[in-house]
Design a protein around this ligand. Structure first.
Ligand SMILES: *[C@@H]1O[C@H](CO)[C@@H](O)[C@H](O)[C@H]1NC(C)=O
Ligand SMILES: *[C@@H]1O[C@H](CO)[C@@H](O)[C@H](O)[C@H]1NC(C)=O
Ligand SMILES: *[C@@H]1O[C@H](CO)[C@@H](O)[C@H](O)[C@H]1NC(C)=O
Ligand SMILES: *[C@@H]1O[C@H](CO)[C@@H](O)[C@H](O)[C@H]1NC(C)=O
Ligand SMILES: *[C@@H]1O[C@H](CO)[C@@H](O)[C@H](O)[C@H]1NC(C)=O
Length: 507
């Protein structure tokens, strides 16, 4: 895998000649944004990836039918004894394997599941999804953010994440949709038919079949979490779960709430908020931001941008292309070479080259065997984000109506934001939530963890919490592991983030 920097350069050079070979989360999302907002703006720019062939919003679809397959004996087969390179004294209950989501097409999703070493029998079940589209929850979520292990700089050994979310939940990582990570389809045309709708449908098929395989979790409190473009996946899956429960008149999946971070929520405000963030953080000139406000139109049905808009966005991107947009204050990976021996590492010391170690680790045949992955010998390598997905057929312009639906029906809804992310920044999230015109229950306040401000929070009537995580970029648990663990702990417990002063409260 090339160094981050060359990835960034190659991406931004191709800004107006849209391509989809996205190798990281931000690129993948930007690719979709470009396709949505800048397609047809220039004659040569035709998007292969996002095909605008549906009405923008499809939040109220007919319910997909789902097939349940026999899962007898499969749980035992999925048990992972030890991962290669796992620290010697660490014992964990881990599983990995495939769940067929569509037998006739030969479509199967890969999952990695880690039970809590604390109290697996009573702690909730938490599903984590990364975005893209096209990015892996195993590569980012499990290995770079909130899972129990990170790969060392040798690409062979693992070290422990003391702030893993497995301390407060049994965590399920899913690679979705087909073509992402180890997940695949034997009907390769499926790779051209991925979109929001099919992803939600397959994710639901995965979930109900996984619960057949792990029936002890059927009645467990269940939460769905995710970041970035999973701002679509999480609510859309929750909507399908909710609708099936409602139609059946009983609880099929015991969904209690959702939590999404640096999430794509509402295209128009998400886009505008990005340029506000760039300008307010001195990454672009106010002049450029004003031009974008004046000349660009990010409303849902627009397909052609004015030349003035394109010129201003070009200036903006030339200003920001040289830094890490995931976290505007953090270093780039300058040397992605593996080391012979693993460097001493801790999750408290962010390493910008982690993705390269993960890539090396997960592409080893020995690791894939241990994890029961790649059993069909796929033709492509495993990657954090990949170019196996060819098109994205539908992408809602907003998921705000779904958040309202959940609030009206008593689900817990938390929206969080790492406040140094420039990709889906806090300004976007605030503007998107503001479109809901909610009544404030508990006005904006600093919340604390470990004697410091962990971020700020506001709670709204209807049980929606908006929380920032201070000093965190796009992948919040990578940049602020302790604050992220505090956040998820309070979310799962249903307690508000602590407003107490450092002297009276610590955690
Ligand atoms: C299985 O996937 C194919 C597309 O590959 C689709 O035509 C079919 O309807 C799907 N079956 C079910 C039960 O969803
Ligand atoms: C895909 O095809 C391979 C090879 O024929 C087969 O072993 C595998 O079970 C198929 N996958 C699914 C989900 O049916
Ligand atoms: C976009 O187009 C759809 C379908 O043509 C229409 O229902 C909707 O009102 C339009 N939205 C806006 C913001 O113009
Ligand atoms: C990385 O490894 C390559 C090949 O061994 C070598 O040529 C290059 O100098 C190394 N890069 C750095 C920054 O050490
Ligand atoms: C699967 O295994 C094949 C053969 O060993 C390998 O070439 C390929 O890169 C692997 N693909 C993935 C997605 O791990």
């Amino acid at each position: 895998m090339a160094a981050d920097q060359s990835i960034l350069l190659c991406f931004f050079v191709s800004f107006f000649a849209f391509q989809i070979a996205a190798k990281n989360q931000k690129e993948a999302l930007d690719a979709l944004y470009k396709a949505k907002f800048f397609t047809n703006s220039i004659a040569a720019d035709s998007s292969d990836f996002f095909v605008r062939n549906h009405v923008p919003d499809q939040n109220t679809d007919v319910l997909p039918t789902v097939e349940i397959y026999d899962q007898t004996g499969l749980k035992q087969q999925d048990k992972i004894e030890r991962l290669p390179g796992q620290p010697p004294r660490v014992e964990l209950s881990q599983y990995g394997g495939y769940v067929t989501v569509n037998k006739s097409a030969g479509r199967a999703f890969y999952y990695y599941f880690v039970e809590s070493p604390e109290n697996k029998a009573s702690l909730p079940l938490l599903l984590w999804l990364n975005g893209g589209p096209g990015c892996s929850s195993l590569g980012y979520g499990a290995m770079g953010e909130l899972g129990p292990f990170r790969a060392g700089s040798d690409g062979k050994t693992l070290f422990q994440n003391d702030f893993s979310w497995i301390h407060v939940a049994n965590v399920l990582f899913l690679e979705s949709p087909a073509g992402v990570g180890f997940s695949y389809s034997n009907t390769t045309s499926d790779y051209k038919n991925n979109g929001d709708k099919n992803t939600a449908k397959d994710n639901y098929a995965f979930l109900v079949n996984w619960l057949e395989r792990f029936p002890e979790y059927k009645d467990r409190d269940f939460y769905i979490s995710g970041e970035s473009y999973a701002g679509h996946y999480v609510p859309q899956l929750a909507h399908v779960v909710f609708s099936h429960n409602k139609k059946a008149g009983k609880t099929i999946v015991n969904l209690k709430g959702i939590i999404i971070g640096n999430a794509v929520l509402n295209d128009e405000t998400d886009q505008i908020g990005t340029y506000d963030f760039f300008a307010s953080h001195a990454l672009i000139a106010d002049r450029t931001a004003n031009d974008i406000k004046k000349y660009c139109d990010f409303s849902p049905n627009l397909t052609v941008q004015s030349p003035q808009c394109l010129a201003a966005s070009k200036i903006a991107y030339s200003n920001i292309q040289v830094i890490d947009m995931y976290n505007i204050y953090y270093p780039l990976c300058l040397n992605s070479n593996l080391t012979h021996w693993p460097r001493k590492a801790s999750v408290m010391n962010y390493d910008p080259c982690t993705d390269d170690y993960t890539y090396a680790y997960l592409n080893q045949a020995e690791v894939q065997r241990a994890m029961h992955a790649n059993v069909t010998k796929l033709a492509h390598d495993w990657d954090l984000c990949n170019d196996v997905l060819k098109d994205w057929t539908d992408s809602a312009s907003t998921i705000i109506p779904l958040l309202r639906e959940f609030m009206d029906n008593g689900l817990r809804v938390w929206v969080f934001s790492g406040d140094t992310d420039g990709n889906v920044p806090i300004t976007s999230t605030k503007d998107s939530i503001a479109t809901m015109k909610l009544s404030v229950k508990k006005p904006w306040y600093p919340w604390f963890v470990h004697h410091e401000v962990g971020g700020y929070a506001e709670v709204y009537e209807g049980e929606l919490t908006l929380a920032t995580v201070r000093g965190a970029g796009h992948e919040v648990p990578s940049f602020q592991p302790r604050r992220a663990l505090a956040l998820i702990t309070h979310f799962l417990e249903g307690t508000s983030l602590p407003p107490s002063s450092p002297s009276s409260h610590s955690s």
